[in-house]
Design a protein around this ligand. Structure first.
Ligand code: AMP
Length: 379
């Protein structure tokens, strides 16, 4: 067990790292973040930062010398870096688990080979393969880059009738996955942590709504049947088990009209749809990450209150440096504000989030939507 007083390493310096550092600090741990750029959100709350690219040998030596254990806050870290870190110090989750989750081709093949339901797919690497894949899978379908995609980036929906050669020419990526479009009723995600002994602790599924392909609100409890919730929890457990996972992860699902599920993707770290746990659960996802990474027993995942998490994106800022009027949120009394310390608000950048607690999800949603409408109208 790695106990308070120890120094923990985080690879990546974004808001997920920032909130991990806050949890660590509260519990008496020290933190070192490895990030390119000292303006990164985690830097101002970490004890120390290593500011260098992920291929720097000097940074690797400095980082691994300073920390007892390391984890990640985003998955797009070169595999060589992850393996080099893991040779020096414990890294959770493992480079193997991270490599699967950071690449859609590997992720899809992993799901398929473990019999976990996901959208039908084909891997394509040229226009001819794309044409054949469209013929087999049909349209609508979604073409996604194999590597480094997130929040709808590197994706194109094909409605039918497109010219495969043209689509491939315009597509920015050497390898891609063509996925059947899933006519889902809603999207949900499950946050799951797996500890050193292989014991899983699972949070209630969150129902997720997107705006411009980016998470807009998460609603907990999700408005799904208890059978669907149980099935999602069971599938998340199978994913964590098959990855021999240690740490926290988010598993995203599509829910079909008949209540059946397809895994969309996995996030091998805390997830935006788990931010409600900061205010509405007995243990936050960041503390749970810390606990599993440090070898402590997991904390209770119990939901203490219905909650709606509202993402605060840059388009809610009247201009780049002027924040929204927080007065209505403060007046609410059961809504909490989390800001990531980003200096400039641009378009769809995630600037923070608000957790709106209440008697029922209907009540939370109504208050969250009112706050959002005011900010989007820059009112
Ligand atoms: P992703 O980056 O893969 O999570 O995709 C972003 C969003 O695009 C998802 O949350 C869905 O709303 C939508 N999407 C992605 N893949 C599919 C699919 N195969 N069928 C339907 N919608 C999809």
């Amino acid at each position: 067990m790695i106990l308070p007083g120890a120094t923990l390493g985080i690879i990546g310096g974004g808001q997920l790292g920032r909130m991990f550092c806050m949890a660590a600090r509260r519990m008496g741990y020290r933190t070192v973040v490895w990030t390119g750029g000292l303006e990164a959100p985690a830097v101002e709350v970490a004890d120390e930062a290593v500011d260098a690219p992920f291929d720097s040998a000097a940074a690797l030596a400095e980082f691994t010398a300073k920390v007892e254990v390391a984890t990640v806050e985003f998955e797009n870290i070169p595999r060589e870096t992850l393996e080099a870190v893991a040779e020096e110090i414990p890294l959770h989750p493992s480079p193997e688990a991270l490599a699967i989750c950071q690449n859609r081709e590997r992720e899809k093949r992993f799901l398929q080979s473990n019999g976990i339901p996901c959208a039908d797919f084909e891997v394509v690497s040229n226009a001819g393969e794309l044409a054949a894949a469209i013929r087999r899978i049909g349209t609508p379908a979604v073409l996604k880059t194999a590597a480094f995609g997130y929040d709808g980036k590197g994706q194109r929906k094909l409605e039918g009738g497109e010219d495969a050669a043209e689509v491939w020419r315009d597509f920015d990526g050497a390898r891609a996955v063509l996925e059947a479009f899933v006519p889902f009723e809603c999207e949900i995600s499950v946050m799951i942590a797996r500890d050193a002994r292989g014991v899983c602790s699972v949070y209630d599924p969150a129902e997720n709504r997107h705006r411009h392909h980016i998470l807009d609100v998460s609603i907990v409890p999700a408005r799904i049947s208890s059978e669907t919730a149980d099935e999602a929890i069971q599938l998340a457990g199978r994913v964590a088990e098959a990855l021999d996972y240690r740490g926290i992860m988010g598993v995203e699902f599509f829910v079909l009209p008949d209540g059946s599920l397809r895994v969309n993707e996995m996030a091998p770290r805390p997830h935006n749809s788990g931010h409600h746990t900061l205010d509405a659960c007995a243990t936050s996802q960041f503390e749970q990450q810390l606990r599993t990474v440090c070898g402590l027993p997991p904390g209770s995942t119990r939901l203490l209150s219905p909650v709606v998490m509202l993402n605060l994106l840059g388009d809610m800022w009247p201009d780049e440096t002027t924040p929204p009027d927080w007065a209505p949120l403060f007046a609410d009394g059961a809504a909490s504000l989390h800001l990531y310390g980003k200096k400039r608000a641009v378009g769809r950048r995630k600037m923070g989030h608000a957790n709106v607690l209440g008697e029922s999800v209907g009540d939370c949603l109504e208050r969250a939507e009112t706050l959002k409408a005011g900010w989007l109208g820059h009112g």
